[in-house]
Design a protein around this ligand. Structure first.
Ligand SMILES: Cc1cc2nc3c(=O)[nH]c(=O)nc-3n(C[C@H](O)[C@H](O)[C@H](O)COP(=O)(O)OP(=O)(O)OC[C@H]3O[C@@H](n4cnc5c(N)ncnc54)[C@H](O)[C@@H]3O)c2cc1C
Ligand SMILES: C[S@@+](CC[C@H](N)C(=O)[O-])C[C@H]1O[C@@H](n2cnc3c(N)ncnc32)[C@H](O)[C@@H]1O
Length: 780
């Protein structure tokens, strides 16, 4: 079929008349190139027309952006873009000034308010501050009460604020007008059409076909049509197999006139939020403000606002920024579709089809980047030496994924939960702990169903669950990449990454000491001694099987299985004791009890009994601290006694005493009757928790109930200890017994009534009255 050749001989055909395409047309025309700029004059679906047009470099920083090299490379572009704007505004000046009339906001004030979540809002706020510090960019922390124009609902009041004087905003509508005018003045040909396919001549692009069937020829074609560029990529057979497809970051913004006729001087915004840019209010002239913006990933662009998104946006603005907006008039609602690639990074450079370039995928800050990218592309197409290194973002590529699958899953879940908080969901506070791990399981499973190796960025992982077509695009891109470039080399995972993940998981599960526990489990998973936990090399690589082992351990610890059950080891006085399911884990405050008890005995070898001995920890400690002693440990649990016997055998080199264990019930009659009146020291850490007391799962669920509970007041076994020890001890012999702190007076009374004297209550490391020492009084 022969097509009418209406437009011939352009040096460059630019497809797309948003901020990127239009800026490129201007830069090319400035270099004397003949340029055709193709795009419907009304700019349907354009992101640029809906943009707040914040020139935000630092205000856009997030923790995940700077955590990985690809994000860092993107940030480096932003840093450079910042410097290009003053000159660019001059280029766009219309003869009446220096172009600064396009600026609508002087500076940006970033707020951290009570809406959202710590892992996203607070951490992104901190990341902004750190980036400002690192790059020496001026900013000032300000009292939120002093931020002009701000008047939020008390429930959304800001906690912190900072002002960045160098980050302005322009009026996107006026910017596009000015770009049009400048391009027209420079002789750019405007084609008020949609391009529907690329004209290919052998292995080279030669132009495009418009929606009316005419052909526009050009030596080079640049696809700068935002998300609409995808149609052109699809028009060339197999071209897009390994180019991450573009989907729409559909967003809604509004312009309102304020009822009181005021507007702020600066942009007022939050940090970037759950799956979206932050909430921002941008002055747009007298008594007008722009309010932005939502972001929902959609397979295809949308033209009209979804009620949900518009309502949410307006609600956020008057509650979080200024109450008076409630009675302002909405004079415009814009819908824009950010160009989002399947790996979340821009597509910048020549495609495998020679002469066909892509300049899109800029997602959230393409307007800000537009002069920099336009200058760079124009220079490259004009044969000048490139200024930027854009190799990373070349369109045909393996997916750029800085974050590991697990990090991506965690971020996805954080953003999902944060979305709920931004919508003020009112759930029981402990549900977050239930929902978080469940959602992680769901997204882990979903990521595995998409691909074994590659993982899409968080917002695509989440939205692909809702759009089967998008999932197919992702899968087919990954499959093509695998056959073209081979399977990806798994990212190097370091011990520190896993320890950080473990710490977060454990703190979510409300484990008391998440950091030390994570380190201890890491040492165990690496088959190192527990002592090595404190000196772990966090930069060392961790093997996949070690990481898997660690994660399994962390999962169990998150279920509140005692740490010592997982490592199989506890210590008392430095004695390494084997512990596990079915035996009580010795506690450190027993050391204080043993020390105080021994201090009350005469020096030298002892004849000692340890009632309720469990793993034998206290009996063995007494034996170790008083060499030559004879110590008998008693317990009614066979499991506990097995551990005690094994511990005695293992510690025989360190315990220079005769330590034996016997099965016995201290509540029964005649226990150790042959020792009556001959024992120097009785120690006991009996069960002492009142039956109805709520205690953490480490004890309530995982350790044997008979080691924990002791009647309604926690005193049942202590009464038996008093009776048995009064019988066994010599006159002046020492008893030391642990107890529940709230019944100290009762314990003192029980011991006094049983014939003990010099009964002293002692506090443990945490300051609780935890044990009593006493001397056997004279036998009446
Ligand atoms: C609500 C919202 C707020 C934003 N806020 C900011 C911000 O504050 N700062 C910032 O830097 N960025 C912001 N962005 C992002 C920014 O708008 C985009 O990254 C950037 O504008 C993309 O510009 P573009 O020229 O590539 O695409 P677009 O602006 O989408 O323009 C593409 C143009 O190409 C046309 N087109 C599409 N297909 C074809 C075709 N086949 N043939 C011919 N023409 C075609 C379209 O009609 C459109 O006019 C925001 C985006 C949204 C949606
Ligand atoms: C709190 S644990 C203390 C274990 C050990 N003394 C320690 O501190 O690690 C209490 C122990 O008492 C044991 N026990 C419970 N009732 C008992 C009874 N009636 N007679 C003997 N031992 C009992 C349990 O089996 C458990 O091992």
């Amino acid at each position: 079929m022969s097509l009418p050749d209406a437009h011939t001989g352009h040096d460059v055909v630019v497809v797309g008349n948003g901020s990127l395409g239009s800026s490129l047309a201007v830069e090319l025309a400035l270099r004397g190139a003949s340029v055709a700029l193709v795009g419907p004059a009304k700019r349907p679906y354009a992101a640029s027309t809906a943009a707040g047009a914040m020139l935000g470099c630092f205000g856009e920083v997030t923790t995940s952006l700077l955590a990985h090299p690809y994000g860092q490379a993107k940030f480096d572009l932003d840093l450079k873009a910042k410097d290009v704007w003053p000159g660019w505004l001059e280029t766009l000046a219309d003869g009446t000034g220096d172009g600064s009339d396009l600026i609508t906001a002087k500076g940006t004030t970033v707020l951290l308010n009570t809406v959202g979540t710590g892992p996203i809002d607070t951490e992104n706020y901190t990341a902004i501050q750190q980036a400002l510090d690192k790059h020496g960019e001026a900013y000032e922390s300000v009292d939120p009460a002093d931020v002009g124009w701000l008047d939020p609902d008390p429930n959304s009041r800001p906690l912190r604020a900072m002002h960045i004087p160098g980050e302005h905003a322009v009026d996107s509508g006026r910017l596009l007008h000015r770009l049009d005018a400048t391009a027209r003045r420079l002789g750019v040909s405007f084609l008020d059409h949609r391009a529907v396919s690329v004209v290919r001549d052998g292995d080279r692009a030669r132009g495009v076909i418009l929606d009316d069937g005419t052909v526009v020829r050009g030596s080079t074609v640049v696809l700068a049509g935002g998300v609409g560029s995808q149609e052109l990529v699809d028009s060339v057979d197999r071209l897009g197999d390994c180019i991450p497809r573009l989907v729409a970051g559909y967003g809604v913004s509004a312009v309102v006139t304020t009822q009181d006729g005021t507007q702020p001087d600066a942009v007022i915004r939050t940090p970037n939020r759950a799956f979206a840019c932050g909430l921002h209010v941008v002055p747009r002239g007298t008594a007008r403000v722009y309010i932005g913006a939502t972001n929902i990933i959609n397979p295809r662009p949308l033209a009209d606002p979804v009620m949900r998104d518009l309502l949410f946006l307006l609600e956020c603005s008057h509650r979080q920024i200024r109450r008076d907006l409630w009675s302002s008039s909405v004079v415009g609602v814009q819908v824009g579709n950010r160009p989002v690639s399947l790996d979340g990074f821009p597509l910048l450079g020549e495609t495998p089809l020679s002469g066909l370039w892509m300049m899109t995928g800029t997602y959230r800050d393409g307007l800000f980047l537009s002069p920099l990218l336009a200058r760079e592309f124009a220079a490259r197409l004009h044969g000048e030496t490139p200024e930027l290194d854009l190799d990373l973002f070349v369109p045909e590529r393996r997916p750029l994924q800085g974050a590991s699958r697990e990090e991506t899953i965690r971020t996805t879940v954080e953003h999902m939960l944060a979305t709920g908080y931004e919508h003020h969901w009112n759930i029981p506070t402990d549900w977050q702990e239930l929902l978080g791990p469940d959602l992680e399981t769901i997204y882990r499973d979903w990521a595995g169903r998409i691909d074994p190796d590659f993982t899409p960025p968080p917002e695509l992982l989440a939205s692909s669950r809702l759009h089967p077509g998008m999932t197919e695009w992702i899968r087919s891109y990954y499959d093509s990449c695998r056959s073209r470039f081979g399977a990806p080399t798994p990212p190097v995972v370091r011990v520190g990454d896993e320890v950080r993940r473990a710490t977060e998981r454990l703190s979510q599960a409300r484990v008391w000491t998440p950091g030390p526990d994570a380190l201890a489990l890491a040492a165990h998973a690496l088959e190192l001694s527990p002592e090595a936990a404190e000196t772990l090399d966090l930069d060392a690589e961790i093997a996949p099987e070690e990481a898997t082992r660690l994660r399994a351990l962390v999962d169990r610890r998150a279920d509140r299985v005692p740490l010592e059950y997982l490592t199989g080891r506890a210590t008392l006085f430095g004695l390494a004791l084997e512990v596990g399911q079915g035996v009580f884990v010795p506690r450190v405050h027993s050391e204080a009890m043993v020390t105080d008890a021994l201090a009350r005995t005469a020096p030298g070898a002892l004849h000692a009994v340890d009632l309720c001995t469990g793993s034998g920890a206290i009996a063995l400690a007494v034996g170790a601290l008083r060499p030559g002693s004879t110590v008998t440990g008693v317990d009614l649990s066979d499991t506990a006694l097995d551990y005690a016997v094994r511990n005695a055998a293992k510690l025989s080199g360190r315990v220079d005493s005769r330590v034996a264990f016997i099965a016995g019930d201290i509540t029964g009659p005649g226990l150790l009757a042959s020792m009556d009146g001959s024992v120097d020291l009785v120690t006991a850490n009996p069960p002492y928790v009142p039956d109805s007391l709520r205690i953490p799962p480490e004890w309530a669920v995982h350790q044997p109930a008979e080691a924990i509970y002791s009647g309604w007041d926690g005193l049942d076994l202590i009464r038996s200890v008093a009776r048995v020890s009064a019988r066994l001890l010599t006159e002046g012999g020492v008893l030391a017994v642990e107890h529940y702190d709230a019944v100290t007076d009762e314990v003192l009374a029980i011991l006094t009534a049983a014939g003990f004297e010099a009964v002293i209550s002692h506090r443990d490391h945490d300051g609780f009255q935890r044990y009593v020492t006493a001397l056997r009084g004279p036998r009446g």
